[in-house]
Write a protein that binds this ligand. Structure first.
Ligand SMILES: [Zn+2]
Ligand SMILES: [Zn+2]
Length: 204
């Protein structure tokens, strides 16, 4: 048995990382950096996983990292305390409603970048041109990059700074009304009025 298996055990076998992998479906560098970002952010805020809406998370990419954030912070799409901004950046902002404190964790420019070989293989796999051998090589590099991210010191991976921001209001529960075209129940605030009729956005 080689030494790298011992390393693998220490981080990749952690229960909370395994939960992220189970939710996301695979191990990848994106999930790994999201995992690290969420852990560092929570540590900085001195918070535990949010069972309700105590924490608000704002992610700036909808890539793999966002799934680790949901698992670790307990901020989820369905609870309304998980906010997505389409900025194409690996950055996570967490706010605590308990303490009023906020933190932004953003990836340093070189922390995620695959090397040339890895990048070329990613392109080949995307366009379905990779041979079995290239796929195997890709898997190896992908796993190695993931492990590297999981084991790097936080200050190599991220810029971390305190932020202040007005918190978004807690999720509201609105009564529903029926759309006059499809007849389906719609949250009242989401109906549009057309020719004096209330119409859902799907029918509009
Ligand atoms: Zn992924
Ligand atoms: Zn409708």
């Amino acid at each position: 048995m080689c030494n790298c298996n011992i390393m693998e055990k220490s981080v990749m076998e952690a229960d909370d990382f395994k939960r992220c992998v189970e939710f996301h479906g695979h191990i990848c560098p994106g999930l790994s950096i999201g995992y690290r970002a969420a852990l560092e952010g929570m540590k900085k805020l001195n918070e535990e996983r949010s069972p309700d809406e105590e924490i608000v998370a704002i992610v700036e990419t909808d890539a793999c990292s966002a799934d680790a954030v949901q698992v670790l912070t307990g901020c989820t799409f369905g609870k309304g305390n998980f906010i997505y901004k389409d900025h194409g950046k690996m950055a996570l902002t967490l706010f605590s409603r308990n303490s009023g404190k906020g933190v932004r964790v953003s990836a340093r420019s070189n922390s995620m970048a695959p090397d040339e070989t890895h990048f070329a293989l990613i392109q080949k796999i995307r366009s379905d041109e990779a041979t079995d051998e290239e796929r195997a090589q890709f898997n190896e590099l992908h796993l190695a990059k993931s492990r590297q991210i999981l084991e790097s010191p936080a200050d190599h991976l991220f810029n971390i700074k305190s932020v202040q921001m007005e918190l978004p209001p807690k999720a509201k529960i609105e009564p529903s009304e029926l759309c006059s075209i499809c007849g389906e129940a719609v949250m009242r605030t989401k109906l549009e009025v057309v020719d004096n009729k209330k119409v859902c956005r799907g029918c509009l």
